[in-house]
Design a protein around this ligand. Sequence first.
Ligand SMILES: [Zn+2]
Length: 282
Amino acid sequence: MRIFDPHIHMTSRTTDDYQAMYDAGVRALVEPSFWLGQPRTSPASFYDYFDALLGWEPFRASQYGIAHHCTLALNPKEANDPRCTPVLDALPRYLVKDSVVAVGEIGYDSMTPAEDHALAAQLQLAADHGLPALVHTPHRDKLAGLHRTIDVIRESNLPPEFVLLDHLNETTVKAATDSGCWAGFSIYPDTKMDEDRMVTILKNHGTEKMLVNSAADWGKSDPLKTRKVADAMLKAGFTEDDVDQVLWRNPVAFYGQSGRLQLDTPAPDALHEGNSILRGGE
Ligand SMILES: [Zn+2]
């Protein structure tokens, strides 16, 4: 079984997670830039973070046989902080990098005017660079947030097939798929979507343009949720081909629109900027 996790924050995860993901079948992932929990106080800390998503983290992933790509953006939460918004002006020089396969995560957190501005500006950046966009839908007030998100996408120059609407659930899946966008589901322990609810959604709405991710980060989350959904699908009577479509071919087709996916994992370099993941002397 081959698995592509289309949304996971490896910066917050350990080498044990990389190993366990490889053992479970994960061969490729996309790491969206996001809020790190601790608020940033200047654009410079975004740039070091973007550089890590372009350099250090792909290096770490390659040590475990996993292809790493990223999406870059000013995240919805920090779009409200005027200390951070100059990032919007610097993004064009990052969006031309080889392993950037989308603009993201963008979208709404609290649906403020500052978030309106950042979302519209970054959808335009995606259109300008021929890139897809990964759009986070709000965790509160979900359906209203989704409708407002879809309205902004419709007014943008980015076609819906270049948009992945993420963090969907039973209440938002229909509006999302009707919009022509791709549909993403984040499977979390305890809260929000779990693997059995995901299987029911796939039974009711089919496997076309549907993506499943772990969205694992610094919070309570599980980087093996993609594999657990695959196993739940097989147990519920889906075929191996259905699993391959949802867990591999759909994310490849969506991010492949960037023209930048490199899925063969070359032999890893021993060092990145003089550093290895080994402890000194090993
Ligand atoms: Zn995320």
